[in-house]
Design a protein around this ligand. Structure first.
Ligand SMILES: Nc1nc2c(ncn2[C@@H]2O[C@H](COP(=O)(O)OP(=O)(O)OP(=O)(O)O)[C@@H](O)[C@H]2O)c(=O)[nH]1
Length: 303
């Protein structure tokens, strides 16, 4: 199933609200613009971007003499797609590369590591998974299961080990094995906990230092935020805090199959100017898709 179909099954609430507006909208009047802006805000896009997009569409309608709501549907999808930032390169396939997955508890980090490991392994990459979530024993076991499914080795240490030193060991082993892609799962944490965010910054720094010394040459390290699309506007706060503490390189949105809205992807992309690298559209190993801004916006608008 393509991204468009997968997303069309989710994103229901935003699409229905927009559908109603476009279907019953008829000729556009002042009420249409007010309702459009409200609908975008209600879809989790945030006030700023909703206002900007509505204003731009209003200008376009005036310039091109577009009079009916129906004529504006495609233009809305195109305008929303412009909000997204294109990734400069694909960290998972332009290797060597080490990627740390960060995010709050339950965002889908471990699942995403498993999905990416499987896809990269299938594409012929030598992948190593590292478990820096030493907080929960179950997390280490869960990652083991994903490693087995993906056919990729998992480097782990006992529960309670220092996560930064585990990352050092992961890079040691990856270096010894000549791995070209290292995926490190970190423990979920609240973006509001200063101590846990400091711990994570140390994990990133230690990983970077060790990655510089790889035998085959320095390995670039990237930090990717895994964000549950269903967390609504709180997702924007998470992204801001993680970015402030760690300097993010990109975002992976999960659970887009389940969320009825999805506008948070636009809010994050517009505020942080970060690319959405992939999206999770289910719990199975194959339920990961490349992100395509046009498909996403067409699914959102119901084109
Ligand atoms: N529907 C759906 N469920 C997902 C997706 N990604 C992850 N999940 C589910 O979300 C739940 C949490 O996923 P995990 O991968 O354990 O999340 P985590 O971020 O590693 O969690 P912590 O280790 O607690 O920080 C699991 O039940 C996953 O199956 C997705 O794209 N769609």
């Amino acid at each position: 199933m393509g991204l468009f179909d997968a997303l069309s099954r989710g994103l229901e609430r935003s699409r229905e609200a927009l559908n109603e507006l476009f279907y019953f909208g008829g000729e556009v009047d002042e009420g249409f613009w007010v309702e459009l802006e409200d609908t975008l805000v209600m879809g989790d896009m945030g006030a700023e971007i909703s206002m900007q997009v509505t204003d731009d569409l209003r200008d376009l309608a005036a310039r091109k003499n577009l009079k009916t709501a129906q004529q504006l549907r495609g233009a809305l999808a195109d305008r929303l797609a412009e909000v997204f930032v294109e990734p400069e390169h694909d960290f998972f396939f332009d290797t060597p590369s080490c990627v740390l997955f960060v995010g709050i508890n339950g965002a889908g980090k471990t699942t995403t590591v498993g999905k990416i490991a499987s896809a990269a392994h299938g594409a012929g990459k030598r992948v190593v998974i590292g478990s820096a979530d030493t907080f929960r024993a179950a997390a280490i076991e869960q990652l083991d299961v994903w490693g087995e499914r993906a056919g990729v080795p998992v480097v782990k240490r006992d529960r309670g080990s220092d996560p930064a030193s585990v990352c050092y060991d992961v890079l040691d082993e990856a270096d010894a094995q000549g791995a070209d892609l290292v995926l490190i799962d970190t423990a979920g944490r609240l973006h509001t906990s200063a101590d846990l965010m400091r711990e994570l910054a140390k994990v990133v720094n230690v990983t970077r230092k060790r990655a510089e010394k790889c035998k085959a040459g320095p390995m670039p390290v990237h930090v990717v935020l895994v964000l549950d699309a269903g967390t609504g506007q709180n997702g924007l706060n998470q992204a801001l805090e993680f970015n402030e503490a760690l300097g993010l390189d990109g975002v992976i949105m999960t659970k887009l199959d389940g969320t009825a809205k999805g506008g948070i992807a636009l809010a994050v992309a517009s505020k942080l100017k970060l690319p959405i690298l992939h999206v999770g559209v289910g719990e199975r190993i194959e339920d990961l898709q490349d992100f395509d801004a046009h498909d996403f916006c067409r699914a959102l608008v119901g084109e």
